[in-house]
Design a protein around this ligand. Structure first.
Ligand SMILES: CC(C)(COP(=O)(O)OP(=O)(O)OC[C@H]1O[C@@H](n2cnc3c(N)ncnc32)[C@H](O)[C@@H]1OP(=O)(O)O)[C@@H](O)C(=O)NCCC(=O)NCCS
Length: 180
């Protein structure tokens, strides 16, 4: 699917229920496929298909329905153009902790503040749920790393050769946290 930016309406940020996410599986898949195709290191490799992406998002639905994670999206009208997941730590000794993941903005919508808005919404949702310590990892030197630094996250360190980029090159990952 081709996602073309529209300029006539403001982009909204919203939380999706599991049912809403299920109804939007194709759009969510499109955002994830687009990210991998543009080189983002988000667990998948080049050649990642829409069907594989739908399978990933389908796998998130039970956790969303159970309140174990929150899916926040950016939308241009009815078109989803960005995502972020807040996953609550399940451990009994970590009721204050959550992880941020799948922080994605469709390539046609980048560099206009949507990443920062999605991240702020994720932080607020975590805080509202009583999760005051947030963690994430991101490929060192990526657009994501600049976003987290700009939004006040603290770098803990870097793991060399942590993951393969989509085109199969080992790259380092940086670990971040933020108290919200
Ligand atoms: C990381 C990512 C989510 C950022 O999304 P985004 O919507 O482009 O983020 P923002 O617009 O808030 O910020 C991006 C840049 O645009 C700039 N910007 C923000 N609003 C702007 C505007 N109105 N005009 C011009 N530039 C703007 C920001 O200052 C920032 O600049 P910098 O990267 O040079 O520091 C996006 O690049 C992405 O999806 N990447 C692929 C997936 C990925 O790697 N995710 C992280 C995995 S952990």
């Amino acid at each position: 699917m081709t996602t073309q930016p529209m300029t006539t309406q403001p982009i909204t940020i919203a939380t999706l229920t599991a049912a809403e996410a299920e109804a939007a599986l194709d759009q969510l898949a499109d955002i994830l496929v687009n990210a991998v195709a543009h080189g983002a290191s988000v667990n998948f490799l080049a050649g990642f298909t829409a069907e594989e992406a739908r399978r990933f998002w389908r796998g998130q639905l039970p956790g969303i329905a159970a309140g174990e994670r929150i899916l926040i999206v950016a939308a241009d009208g009815a078109q989803l153009v960005g995502t972020v997941i807040v996953s609550f730590a399940p451990q009994p000794n970590a009721p204050h902790r959550a992880e941020i993941g799948k922080m994605l903005v469709h390539s046609a919508y980048r560099r206009r503040g949507l990443g920062a808005r999605l991240l702020a919404a994720a932080e607020a949702a975590a805080r509202d749920a009583g999760r005051s310590l947030l963690m994430l990892d991101t490929q060192s030197g990526s657009d994501g790393e600049r976003l987290y630094r700009r939004c006040g996250w603290t770098k803990v360190g870097e793991i060399p050769d942590h993951s393969l980029t989509p085109n199969g090159r080992l790259a380092p990952t940086s670990l971040y946290y933020k108290k919200v």
